[in-house]
Design a protein around this ligand. Structure first.
Ligand code: HEC
Ligand code: HEC
Ligand code: HEC
Ligand code: HEC
Length: 457
């Protein structure tokens, strides 16, 4: 096991057997090894974007990790935020995310903050029949006040009756709550749900809420062996036990995956508890069957008409009769007057940013195009049907902005009123940020693409 610290399941298991012989038989109740694998905030990340090498995580790595859990009774859950957002292409991708959950063997997927931004209709459509169930005890239809998903799942594994309840913090969505939705308070929804779990031996609460609120729930409800979340900044730094419940959480776009293991005995709860939430480094192999799902998504998206392909919508905000705002003209036009800058640009990575996407088969993926073309999503910007013909790459206007006004004025004898604003570090960071870039250092990066005044001397 080169990638992860060795687990003590086997130890637990042998211990269980021995204890079973001596104690177990005496009261007829068996002690058994239980492992719960958990994720939260995967945001549909099947694999990292690939914008630099050495990126962590992704469901393709989580799948590899999941294979390590073979001893004892294994349960797999997601505590929420597995949907990236409510854009049409991301909802298409979510079908493949659910397929991935199924292949990994998840038992339940909770509703988190991102799921709450979907409309009632969108939510009704996302849970595929043969895929792991989405659960939420407190998300309801605003009009009918009925639940949209099951409040909990219940099943038996290795003789253990397991119940998993899901809730989401109603105060999180604020103004972004999807159309037709309402979220009830967590404690009353849990009380209601618990009535349906009376048969269960082992109860897990998936709670998409803050650490403090998970603690409150642990204080209020003695029924749960485990509480897993949540809306947090970083994964659990220690094992917390409040009343009967162990509380654990994780986050971070599928970069970590957690597990908690222990010996469970009905009436006594969990003992000998151990947990780990390792980072999934690049060395952890990505499972091919999950990467294939990402491929299938790319294929589907290429052949699907999306909202971003309907351009009459783009024009809506232009008032008739008023001079239209500047539009994109393409770097060839700039080259005719700024030949030096153009020559320098051609030698930079920016000039082949689109070929980079083509190599990854991601050139039709709206999630990627924005930073690898010019003005995608704006009326005169790059369109998916342009393919390789116009406004591809990170070119002059990706940074300086649409150039038609500038060109028009520079070509006419009249006084120049329009001036491009000076650019700086902040303009680079609109693309060079987060998981899409190595840490951005202006002092090192600008010299690599330096052009304009200085270089014309
Ligand atoms: C927020 C802007 C942004 C988005 C969105 C984005 N990229 Fe990138 N991409 C970048 C930047 C910036 C770099 C250069 C990063 C660096 O050098 O540190 C880059 C570089 C790359 C590279 C080149 C890596 C190399 O070193 O050769 C690949 C491949 C890539 N992106 C693929 C993708 C794919 C696939 C997607 C969609 C899933 C995507 N990008 C979405 C900004 C973005
Ligand atoms: C018809 C010739 C011409 C074309 C085409 C042209 N420029 Fe210019 N540009 C000029 C002149 C002349 C100046 C002022 C002299 C200078 O600063 O070098 C200038 C200045 C600039 C400046 C400095 C700020 C400003 O507004 O004065 C930027 C930035 C710039 N151009 C970018 C572009 C970009 C991007 C394009 C393509 C969209 C482009 N130019 C197309 C002639 C042109
Ligand atoms: C519109 C998005 C976007 C903006 C804005 C942007 N970049 Fe980039 N940058 C990229 C992408 C995408 C790549 C990767 C291109 C590839 O390799 O295919 C990249 C790559 C680079 C590289 C090459 C990385 C290397 O190590 O060789 C440098 C340098 C760079 N950018 C500097 C800058 C600077 C400086 C700015 C601001 C003045 C800037 N970028 C603004 C998208 C952007
Ligand atoms: C990755 C972002 C980026 C790209 C791509 C880019 N520029 Fe620039 N450009 C800058 C920055 C940053 C500066 C320096 C700061 C400033 O003066 O605005 C600059 C400066 C300039 C200047 C001098 C501005 C002045 O005030 O004199 C000109 C002219 C210019 N660029 C033209 C171009 C042309 C033409 C292209 C395409 C061939 C291009 N740039 C591509 C970011 C970019």
């Amino acid at each position: 096991m080169p990638y992860f610290t060795k687990m003590n399941h086997l130890k637990l298991y042998i211990l269980t057997l021995c204890l079973g012989l001596f104690i177990g038989c005496s009261d007829g109740k068996k002690e058994q090894a239980v492992t719960v694998m958990f994720t939260c905030d995967t945001q549909g990340r099947l694999e990292p974007c690939g914008c630099f090498s050495g990126q962590y995580g992704g469901l393709a790595r989580i799948a590899t990790r999941a294979d390590y859990f073979t001893d004892g009774t294994v349960i797999k859950v997601d505590a929420g935020n597995s949907v990236p957002d409510n854009k049409d292409y991301n909802l298409i991708m979510y079908k493949y995310v659910q397929e991935a959950f199924k292949k990994i063997g998840y038992d339940a997927v909770n509703v988190g903050a991102h799921e709450l931004t979907l409309s009632l209709d969108q939510l009704k459509n996302i849970n595929q029949n043969n895929c792991p169930p989405i659960i939420s005890a407190n998300l309801v239809n605003k009009q009918t006040q009925e639940r949209i998903f099951k409040d909990h799942v219940q099943f038996e594994r290795d003789g253990l009756k397991i119940a998993i309840v899901g809730v989401v913090d109603p105060t999180i969505p604020g103004e972004t709550l999807g159309e037709g939705l309402a979220v009830k308070d967590m404690p009353s929804a849990i009380t209601e749900s618990l009535k349906g779990t009376q048969e269960a031996d082992f109860r897990v609460l998936l709670a998409y809420c803050s650490k403090e609120k998970m603690h409150e729930l642990a204080k209020k409800f003695f029924e749960f062996d485990l509480i897993i979340g949540g809306a947090v900044q970083q994964p659990s730094q220690k094992l917390e036990r409040i009343n009967r419940s162990y509380v654990l959480y994780t986050t971070n776009k599928a970069k970590n995956v957690g597990h908690v293991s222990g010996l469970f005995k009905s009436g006594n709860g969990l003992s000998d508890v151990d947990y780990d939430i390792p980072l999934l480094f690049e060395q952890v192999p990505e499972k091919k069957e999950i990467l294939d799902l990402a491929d299938a998504y790319r294929k589907e998206i290429r052949n699907t008409k999306l909202d971003c392909d309907i351009h009459n919508k783009d024009q809506e905000d232009l008032v008739p009769g008023v001079t239209s705002q500047a539009s994109y003209v393409g770097s060839q036009t700039c080259a005719s007057c700024h030949s030096n800058a153009h020559k320098i640009w051609q030698g930079t990575a920016h000039a082949h940013a689109f070929a980079t996407l083509e190599k990854k088969n991601s050139d039709a993926d709206p999630r990627c195009i924005k930073c690898h073309t010019v003005g995608f999503g704006e009326p005169s910007g790059y369109k998916r049907e342009f393919k390789n013909t116009k406004l591809v790459n990170v070119s002059c206007e990706s940074c300086h902005g649409p150039g038609s006004e500038h060109v028009k004025q520079r070509m006419s004898p009249e006084k120049v009123l329009f001036k491009y604003r000076p650019l700086g570090e902040g303009d680079c960071r609109q693309c060079h940020h987060g998981e899409f870039s190595r840490p951005f250092d202006w002092k090192k990066m600008w010299p690599k693409i330096k052009h304009g005044k200085e270089s014309q001397k």
